[in-house]
Design a protein around this ligand. Structure first.
Ligand code: ADP
Ligand code: MG
Length: 243
């Protein structure tokens, strides 16, 4: 059974249909990447998974349990299991790094501060930011802030991490430190669904690449296949331009 099954989902903004039946699976511990031209619906897929954009058809299953996006309880359950990190990291500027990472878990009833902080330090260590635990966001580079944002997303122990172009707002020299943090998570067995324009990284880290265009999956295959010998003309055209 896949960890995450996306089964023919549809989504719209107002009257504009943007997802026309998207399907793919993500197995436990697998990294799957969504790639495709700007506006193809990659971010919308991630947003539907965490209930930020309503699903208007099809469905999503986590470990075989379907999520009912009309039920706020079911959406909350989905949000407990999946966390999303955006291009814009939006840390709370008036809180230290440790404060940012412990904020959500501290609100969970009955958790001891010491325990929450120890876990947060482990997560900061994982993203190479433990040494800045007491710094404030404005003292950090963009790459460092994004790594803290990833640690913050992990603080509620999601099973599946969704990363939407987490390096796109960064200066080129800061991209790799964030990708290293993602590599480390992959090595730890974190199930991840990522949207990225870093094609070398996508190729290296993904077991499957889902190529989307105009709200549809055109082709899904292991990276070597889809990068080097795609079946579809559109994928050939796209990868021919971006590689
Ligand atoms: P991608 O992430 O692949 O660039 P998006 O999921 O952001 O694509 O967008 C898919 C389509 O939905 C695009 O046509 C985009 O213009 C449209 N869209 C995205 N967000 C909104 C929104 N908040 N309101 C209206 N249309 C939107
Ligand atoms: Mg996007």
């Amino acid at each position: 059974m896949p960890h995450l099954a996306v089964n023919g989902i549809h989504a719209k903004y107002g009257s504009l249909d943007v997802l026309h039946g998207i399907s793919f699976d993500v197995d436990r511990g697998e990294v799957v990447s969504l790639v495709g031209p700007s506006g193809s619906g990659k971010s919308t897929v991630l947003r539907t998974l965490v209930g930020l954009t309503p699903v208007t058809g099809g469905g999503i299953e986590v470990d075989g349990t379907s999520i009912d996006y009309r039920s706020s309880r079911s959406v909350r359950a989905a949000r407990d299991r999946m966390a999303i990190v955006f291009q814009q990291y939006n840390l709370f500027q008036n809180m230290s790094v440790l404060g940012n990472v412990t904020l959500a878990p501290r609100r969970v009833k009955g958790r001891k501060r010491q325990e929450v902080e120890a876990e947060a330090m482990d997560l900061l260590d994982l993203v190479g930011m433990a040494h800045k635990a007491h710094a404030y966001p404005d003292e950090l580079s963009g790459g460092q802030q994004q790594r803290v944002a990833i640690a913050r997303a992990l603080a509620l122990r999601p099973e599946i991490l969704l990363l939407d172009e987490v390096t796109s707002a960064l200066d080129p020299e800061l991209v790799n430190e964030v990708l290293d943090a993602v590599r480390r998570l992959a090595a730890e067995g974190m199930t991840m669904l990522l949207v990225s324009h870093e094609m070398a990284f996508v190729r290296e880290v993904s077991s499957k690449v889902v190529f989307m265009d105009q709200g549809k999956v055109i082709e899904a295959a292991p990276p070597a296949k889809i990068f080097d010998a795609p079946d579809s003309e559109r994928a050939r055209d796209f990868f021919g331009k971006v590689l």
